[in-house]
Design a protein around this ligand. Structure first.
Ligand code: NAD
Ligand code: UGA
Length: 470
């Protein structure tokens, strides 16, 4: 078995960066090089100001302090690092296709293909290629045929083994998930290559947690894991609406069903709909694959997970408008939380984007606060510049960036909580009620607010899935 001494990871994103940081931290004898075509991103990974790292993850900066420029390097030198490495992870983006065959469902694999071609061209000798990105089942076949074309024409000494090693980390808990994973999955055909990758993980993970399987089961398991998790979120969100109509409480229902060990307590928190770069993309891809194999009923089943998710986002805006006397035109609404969940700066597919756009469309002036998302990102997501001039704040259909909860709430008619950052659990109602317009509303889509306390201070409260107060 080949012991790995030098790793290259193509893609310095939310997966490549944290995953390689943990490998470098746990395996000080392995040299880990993370490469990317994006120069700005690499510069940010190399920045001495740890507040400016491209990815916000609790615990990440401590690892970087230990490993960066010791055995963990970030650079744009893709060719050189491919040539020097004995194991190459592909960790690039695989978004949904926006045009052509399969648009709106299939994964766009152009970045994966580009990596395969670069590896085929620059790799030397025996190289293990690891699929870390989430991929449609059978992608390893495509990668293999591209790589083989290089060994045949270029250099017969080039030998490639392909492994599937999907990543199950969740943003916001990535470091913990990587350090203490529920399982590590390795799919492959060549036992020696599988053992080489397993040897790396054995540095910090017990053997019984490392599953090995065939390539196709491994690739498919990743899509299915995400589909099952998203399905649970849509299931509980669908029931949140029923709770609101029946004086039941979604938290009580989730607790009661979650204590059944067959159901389990995780992923039963209702919210404004799932976001993040992967759930929707991976289910769409699953739907595409099912249709491709003629499994229309299976495709329709999974489509409904997305239908409920879209509906949940829409109905929140409708509730806000209805409760505020059917009109929000000219009113100021404070938005707390723009990331798709707490503890990340990632806004991809965040429910906040749709909800904010819908409220702006209704004529609202939004004041948006998030502890980690910057003004530039929100501007891109809303596709609209913020207003700066306080004089035009009376205008409708615009937004401003707020640096504190207080600034956001000042003179607003309502607070809408969209992600569950720690500091939203303990809002200063006494202060807020005094600086807001009356009647003052709180719309809590994450069940973080102490409802009776907020009501005591004079707020009108709407809390998702709570039939007693809505
Ligand atoms: P990302 O967009 O944050 O990062 C991908 C990076 O790859 C980008 O920086 C991009 O510039 C770079 N890249 C693209 N093509 C390249 C090329 N040819 N050469 C060099 N660099 C290239 O994406 P991400 O969130 O890290 O996700 C990566 C993959 O991991 C996806 O398939 C995703 O589904 C999967 N995944 C993501 C998560 C997550 O929490 N974000 C979790 C598990 C799995
Ligand atoms: C998810 C999976 O949890 C990871 O295992 C997977 O690796 C990753 O996708 C991926 O492939 O990208 P992530 O999207 O980072 O991770 O975050 P989650 O914690 O799963 O949350 C996803 C969305 O569902 C968030 O918007 C979150 O607020 C929402 N959610 C989650 C709920 O509304 N309720 C819950 O109980 C759990």
């Amino acid at each position: 078995m080949k012991s790995i001494k030098k790793i290259c990871c193509i893609g310095a994103g939310y997966v490549g960066g944290p995953t390689m940081a943990v490998i470098a931290d746990k395996c000080s004898r392995i040299n880990v090089n993370v490469v990317d075509i994006n120069e700005e991103r690499i510069a940010a990974w190399n920045c001495n100001n740890y507040e400016k790292l491209p990815v916000y993850e609790p615990g990440l900066k401590d690892i970087l302090k230990r490993c960066r420029n010791r055995n963990l390097f970030f650079s744009n030198e893709i060719e050189k690092n491919i040539a020097d490495s004995d194991m190459i992870f592909i960790s690039v983006n695989t978004p949904t296709k926006t045009k052509g065959i399969g648009a709106g469902q299939a994964s766009n694999l152009k970045w994966i293909e580009a990596c395969a071609r670069q590896i085929g061209k620059y790799a030397k000798g025996k190289t293990i290629v690891v699929e870390k990105s989430t991929l449609p089942v059978k992608t390893a076949k495509t990668i293999k045929s591209i790589l083989q074309s290089f060994s045949k024409i270029d250099d017969e000494n080039k030998i490639f083994h392909i492994l599937s090693n999907p990543e199950f980390l969740a943003e916001g808990t990535a470091i913990n998930d990587l350090e203490k994973p529920d399982r590590v999955l390795i799919g492959g055909e060549d036992q020696e290559a599988i053992d080489s990758l397993k040897e790396i993980y054995l540095n910090w993970i017990n053997e019984e947690k490392i599953l090995t399987t065939d390539l196709w089961s491994s690739e498919l398991s990743k899509l299915i894991a995400n589909a099952f998790l998203a399905q649970r979120v849509s299931s509980i969100n669908s029931i949140s609406a029923l709770c609101e109509s029946t004086q039941a409480n979604i938290n009580e229902v989730a607790k009661a069903i979650g204590m059944d060990t067959r159901i389990g307590k995780y992923f039963l928190k209702s919210g404004p709909g799932f976001g993040g770069s992967c759930f929707k993309k991976d289910i769409l891809n699953l739907i595409y694959i099912c249709n491709h194999y003629g499994l229309d009923q299976v495709a329709t089943y999974w489509e409904n997970v997305i239908t409920i998710n879209n509906w949940q986002q829409q109905r929140i805006t409708q509730i806000i408008v209805n409760k505020m006397f059917g009109n929000v035109d000219g009113k100021k609404i404070s938005i707390l939380g723009f990331a798709f969940k707490a503890n990340t700066n990632d806004t991809r597919e965040s429910p906040a984007i749709k909800i904010c756009n819908d409220l702006i469309e209704e004529g609202c002036f939004l004041s948006i606060y998030d502890p980690e998302v910057d003004i530039k990102q929100i501007t891109l997501d809303l596709d609209q510049k913020p207003v700066n001039d306080k004089l035009i704040l009376q205008n409708s259909s615009c937004w401003e960036y707020a640096s504190t909860i207080q600034d956001s709430a000042l003179n607003s008619d309502a607070i809408v909580i969209l992600s569950d950052w720690d500091n939203f659990y303990d809002l200063d109602f006494e202060n807020l009620i005094n600086i807001m317009r009356k009647p003052s509303w709180i719309f809590d889509t994450r069940n973080v607010v102490d409802i009776s306390k907020a009501i005591k201070y004079g707020f009108n409260v709407w809390s998702l899935g709570n039939g007693n107060i809505n």
